[in-house]
Design a protein around this ligand. Structure first.
Ligand code: ZN
Length: 246
């Protein structure tokens, strides 16, 4: 089984389409899509992104922005720009797509893999930003590998042996690495709003048979997305950040 692993699409259809075009064909180049949450929020295409995802063989988790669009969260914890985007997203989503978001689980365990949007111990909320936070999360799940999103930054936290301090590895693009021994918490980065100073869309391919993981990065037409955001009267800061990758 080969999985296309994506996260934090954030209603950016152009970035999602670029990723899907680069990843190839379902059934040939990969078998299944794992989406680690935040399909909507920030971007101009919430319905379109959900429609594309629903057309693929996929499993999708709930992220904090998906919950915010459903009114499940107190958005006073969001900054003003994010709050405006949440309100716009909620008003724009169709009933069918709201029902899709309603049904998303917060965690999923399959074989050697645990999936969560934020972290295994706080699936919707917690940001695994550094090895210290990763260390507190390794005891919170049972499989060798945990896949998370939420920080919008691709990274691998590796714990060589139990009780050992995890180490953070930065991604190397375009080469599959073997996931041998030890345990790992892996973040594929964000499709629709990268925050690691690289504005290209991020995704990964996991080959469960070969036990390999490959980070990938792909440019997309950022200006086209910014134009749609302008038309929707979305906050300037959210429009600007796409070209800078923060
Ligand atoms: Zn997000």
């Amino acid at each position: 089984m080969r999985y296309l692993v994506i996260s934090d699409i954030h209603a950016n259809l152009t970035a999602l389409q670029a990723v899907l075009a680069d990843a190839g064909h379902p059934g040939e180049d990969y078998d299944f899509v794992w989406c680690l949450g935040d399909v909507v929020g920030y971007g101009p295409d919430p319905n379109e992104c959900i429609d594309v995802l629903r057309g693929l063989p996929h499993l999708c988790l709930a992220g904090n922005h998906d919950w915010a669009a459903l009114g499940r969260l107190d958005v006073r914890t969001f900054n003003a720009d994010a709050r405006r985007a949440v309100t716009w997203t909620r008003e724009t989503l169709t009933d069918e797509n709201l029902a899709f978001l309603e049904a998303l689980p917060t965690t999923f365990v399959l074989g050697e893999y645990t999936l969560a949007h934020g972290s295994p111990r706080e699936p919707v909320w917690e940001y695994i930003l550094d090895p210290m936070i990763a260390a507190m999360n390794f005891p919170a799940y049972d499989t060798p590998i945990c896949l998370v999103g939420h920080t919008h930054t691709p990274v691998v936290f590796e714990q060589a042996a139990a009780e050992q301090q995890p180490v953070a590895h930065q991604p190397e693009y375009g080469a599959a690495v073997t996931l041998s021994r030890g345990r790992r918490i892996i973040n594929p980065g964000s499709v629709g709003q990268p925050r690691d100073s690289d504005p290209r869309a991020a995704y990964a391919i996991l080959d469960a048979e070969k036990h390999t993981w490959e980070f990938r990065r792909i440019p997309y037409d950022i200006e086209a997305v910014q134009e749609r955001m302008q038309k929707a009267n979305m906050p300037d800061r959210l429009i600007m950040r796409l070209e800078h990758g923060w």
